[in-house]
Design a protein around this ligand. Structure first.
Ligand code: AMP
Length: 376
């Protein structure tokens, strides 16, 4: 162990309390991964019922409230977040006085689809054609250049398919623009993709990097339905890692970062990035040697990263709107059940299951036990 590593580890050992902005399921899984490392997590969330509250203390308040953010910062040694929509302005000077990771610059870019696409372009990462749109004349001009079909998306606060419309003809232009509120938007080329994949990379404060095997993701209505890891097409691993490495280095990043891609004719086209742990990485809890949650904490604390290898073949199935009975899932060999403790509501992610098997064939066969998904 060199002197530098020792210094990093001593610094990390002084971190006992981690503040997490947002107490959703991602925060809850981070807090659970923090226990064996001797960490206590404190959340900031406007809801006392948020999933994180079942495992750690929640400071009640909005992410946009600078005073609450300052109160959280005062209670902890280091800050991180489980949501992307923490307003950067509300953080003010906090990141100057308290370690805040992943870096605010990455958080800011991830909040704006236009800046994100601009960054991909600057780093020579392929994306769909895109144009900024802030008025109907802009949209009319942009559609001339991009063509039909195209996807109109709000630049900010769009997730899980919200804040976007597919436009197939000129008759739909006005209604799509108005439905999205006539605010700042981006028009993208519609990609006829063969499949969607994501890469999850992690970089620690020393600059060490590691990448999980890339994941195949199947969405329905814009929401992730299920993921399979590792992705069958192993040739995509290297380019995905190269792209993720560029983004991690660009931000002098620490923590977990995800990039989602479309795959068309065997090539990756970047759709978006998330500067945090990601739904498509939940399989790593049981399906990888070190989970994305543990690795995120190791990375932001400045600790050595854990092995990102898969322990076989894994699938993650989201439970959306309702939870199946626990016994019906656990009777499937290799299955694990995660209930986030949320109130059921249509379209809401309430939990997930992970299946871990020795072969891909066995995995696909056992996935048939989940009646409302249809693996290829
Ligand atoms: P997003 O909110 O950008 O992650 O989009 C949610 C989902 O909508 C994606 O995972 C795709 O399934 C679909 N989608 C988004 N943008 C496009 C696009 N430009 N072309 C085709 N499908 C898209």
């Amino acid at each position: 162990m060199n002197a530098n590593t020792t210094k990093q580890i001593i610094a990390a050992l002084n971190v006992k309390r981690v503040g997490i902005v947002g107490a959703g399921q991602l925060g809850r899984m981070l807090a659970l991964a923090g226990y064996p490392l001797g960490l206590q997590c404190v959340f900031l969330d406007k809801s006392a019922d948020a999933p994180g509250g079942q495992v750690s203390k929640i400071l009640i308040g909005a992410f946009s409230d600078p005073e609450k953010l300052a109160q959280l910062a005062a209670q902890v040694d280091l800050l991180t977040y489980d949501v992307e929509n923490v307003p950067v302005e509300a953080l003010g000077d906090i990141p100057k006085h308290k370690t805040f990771l992943p870096p605010v610059t990455a958080l800011a870019i991830g909040q704006d689809r236009l800046s994100e696409k601009g960054l991909f372009r600057a780093l020579k990462i392929p994306t769909a054609k895109f144009r900024a749109v802030s008025s109907m004349p802009d949209l009319e001009q942009a559609i001339q250049e991009i063509g039909y079909p195209a996807v109109l998306k709000t630049r900010r606060l769009g997730y899980d398919g919200r804040g976007q419309r597919v436009i197939c003809s000129s008759a739909e232009l006005g209604s799509a623009f108005n439905a999205l509120g006539g605010i700042a938007m981006i028009l993208e080329e519609f990609i006829e993709f063969e499949c969607e994949v994501s890469v999850i990379g992690v970089r620690n404060r020393r600059g060490d990097m590691a990448f999980y095997p890339i994941v195949e993701n199947v969405h329905r209505d814009g929401i992730l339905r299920y993921s399979i890891a590792p992705c069958a097409d192993r040739k995509l691993q290297k380019p995905a890692e190269n792209y993720a490495r560029r983004v991690l280095r660009h931000f002098d990043y620490a923590g977990v970062l995800t990039i989602e891609f479309f795959v068309k004719k065997g090539r990756l086209i970047a759709n978006e990035t998330a500067p945090r742990v990601h739904n498509s990485g939940h399989w790593t809890i049981e399906g990888a040697v070190t989970s994305q949650f543990e690795n995120h904490l190791r990375a932001i604390l400045g600790l050595p990263l854990g092995d990102t290898s898969a322990r076989g073949y894994a699938a993650m199935v989201n439970f959306i709107g309702s939870m199946p009975p626990v016994a019906s899932v656990l009777e499937i060999p290799g299955a694990h059940y995660h209930d986030y403790g949320k109130q059921p509501r249509p379209g809401r992610k309430l939990g997930h299951a992970t299946l871990v098997c020795a072969t891909r064939r066995e995995l696909l066969s056992r996935l048939k036990n989940f009646p409302d998904i249809a693996p290829r």
